[in-house]
Design a protein around this ligand. Structure first.
Ligand SMILES: *[C@@H]1O[C@H](CO)[C@@H](O)[C@H](O)[C@H]1NC(C)=O
Ligand SMILES: *[C@@H]1O[C@H](CO)[C@@H](O)[C@H](O)[C@H]1NC(C)=O
Ligand SMILES: *[C@@H]1O[C@H](CO)[C@@H](O)[C@H](O)[C@H]1NC(C)=O
Ligand SMILES: *[C@@H]1O[C@H](CO)[C@@H](O)[C@H](O)[C@H]1NC(C)=O
Ligand SMILES: *[C@@H]1O[C@H](CO)[C@@H](O)[C@H](O)[C@H]1NC(C)=O
Length: 345
């Protein structure tokens, strides 16, 4: 037993004496590998550091021999990532990146109206080259626009050869007698197609009917179409209610239906009234009656307060209501003051 213990002990002493101290596992260097990698090394054993793929040495020692002291010398090896060619500018677009070093990725986008011709991202490879060809931003184009049935191009100018680019427009008009439904202008979109085409449809209107106490004129044609016009008028004392001219609308009806309205005969013989803000004598101003739509204000008395106020009334299609507060004096009652001569309330 003793002899065995002695042998082991002396062999241990022997080992220390000959080999000195062992070196520990070397400290890890960023982006580097070590060969061979062990948990300890005998003095005299050699290790070699090398940069990992994608990294290159920028100075420092690579080779070390485990010294008798058992302590590795200071390792100054520096492994830095490979740098790919500058790719920070994309015309008509943008590049997203942090650095152009291995193993980073950069990505590309194009401005509105441009599309990416090529890949939308590339990677910096171990060799320090971009994984794919860098893309370009090419302008979006639209082929010449279609033309609506029953319509024609009015405004159009290709700006890129025979094509249009994003934002270009084309305008249409419809054939005569046809109305447009939709926008008359289309635009080349970011998708390279045109916005929705308008439609041209034939539109007819019925013959306009003659108003009572009046007349209507329209083109002597078998059919009246979109944009055709008709004019109205009234006989003698009648007044047109509505526009003189109407147009066949795209909905197939007339823009308005004017009618003739009767003027009013006045039951009051004498009165001072307000007409368009002026005092006038009713009997003189409206000798021939009052036209439809006209307004006057009569003067009335407030008996308690001994003052006057006005009330407005209007001639509507032959009828005018005299305000009940208005009192017409007999021409014999010359001593009575007229309401229009009393101070206003
Ligand atoms: C897109 O890129 C390819 C290859 O680089 C090129 O041949 C082609 O002409 C480009 N197209 C446009 C519209 O730029
Ligand atoms: C435009 O179109 C015409 C007729 O189709 C063709 O002859 C011409 O080569 C085209 N031009 C371009 C620049 O594409
Ligand atoms: C018609 O389209 C033009 C351009 O595409 C636009 O500016 C306009 O607002 C549109 N008009 C209507 C009534 O939608
Ligand atoms: C244009 O293309 C886009 C994308 O493909 C689509 O969503 C859109 O409906 C198209 N517009 C028209 C008017 O066809
Ligand atoms: C024309 O017809 C449309 C739909 O039928 C209607 O909404 C519109 O009020 C009409 N216009 C006139 C002036 O009558």
């Amino acid at each position: 037993m003793i002899s065995l213990g002695l042998i082991l002990f002396s062999s241990f002493l022997c080992h220390v004496a000959i080999a000195g101290r062992t070196c520990p596992k070397p400290e890890e260097q960023p982006f580097a590998t070590v060969v061979p990698l062990k948990s300890f090394y005998d003095p005299g054993e050699e290790i070699v550091f090398s940069c990992k793929p994608g990294y290159v040495s920028r100075g420092g020692m690579r080779r070390f021999i485990c010294p008798l002291s058992g302590t590795w010398p200071l390792n100054t090896l520096k492994c830095l990532p490979r740098v790919c060619p500058f790719a920070g500018i994309l015309e008509n677009g943008a590049v997203r990146y942090t650095t152009f070093e291995y193993p980073n990725m950069i990505s590309f986008t194009c401005n509105p109206g441009f599309y990416l011709n090529g890949t939308n991202s590339v990677k910096c490879t171990q060799e320090g080259k971009w994984s794919q060809k860098l893309p370009v931003c090419a302008p979006v184009t639209c082929t010449p626009p279609p033309v609506p049935k029953f319509g024609r191009l009015k405004v159009y100018k290709p700006s890129s050869g025979n094509n249009s680019i994003y934002g270009d427009t084309a305008g249409f008009e419809c054939w005569p007698n046809h109305a447009m439904f939709g926008n008359d202008t289309i635009t080349c979109t970011v998708h390279g197609n045109w916005t929705e085409l308008p439609e041209c449809r034939e539109v007819k209107c019925p013959f306009p009917s003659r108003p009572e106490n009046g007349f209507v004129n329209y083109p002597a044609k078998r059919i009246l179409y979109y944009k055709d016009k008709a004019t109205y008028g009234c006989h003698d004392t009648y007044v047109l209610d509505g526009p003189e001219e109407v147009e066949c609308s795209k909905l197939g009806n007339w823009s308005a239906q004017p009618s003739c309205k009767a003027s009013c005969k006045l039951s009051v013989k004498k009165a001072t009234v307000l007409y368009k803000g002026e005092r006038v004598k009713l009997q003189e101003q409206f000798k021939n009656g009052m036209l439809h739509g006209e307004k006057v204000s009569f003067f009335c008395k407030n008996k308690e307060k001994k003052c006057s106020y006005t009330e407005e009334t209007q001639c509507i299609d032959g009828t005018i209501e005299i305000p009940p507060c208005f009192k017409e004096h007999s021409s014999l009652a010359f001593w009575k003051t007229d309401a229009s001569d009393v101070k206003p309330c």
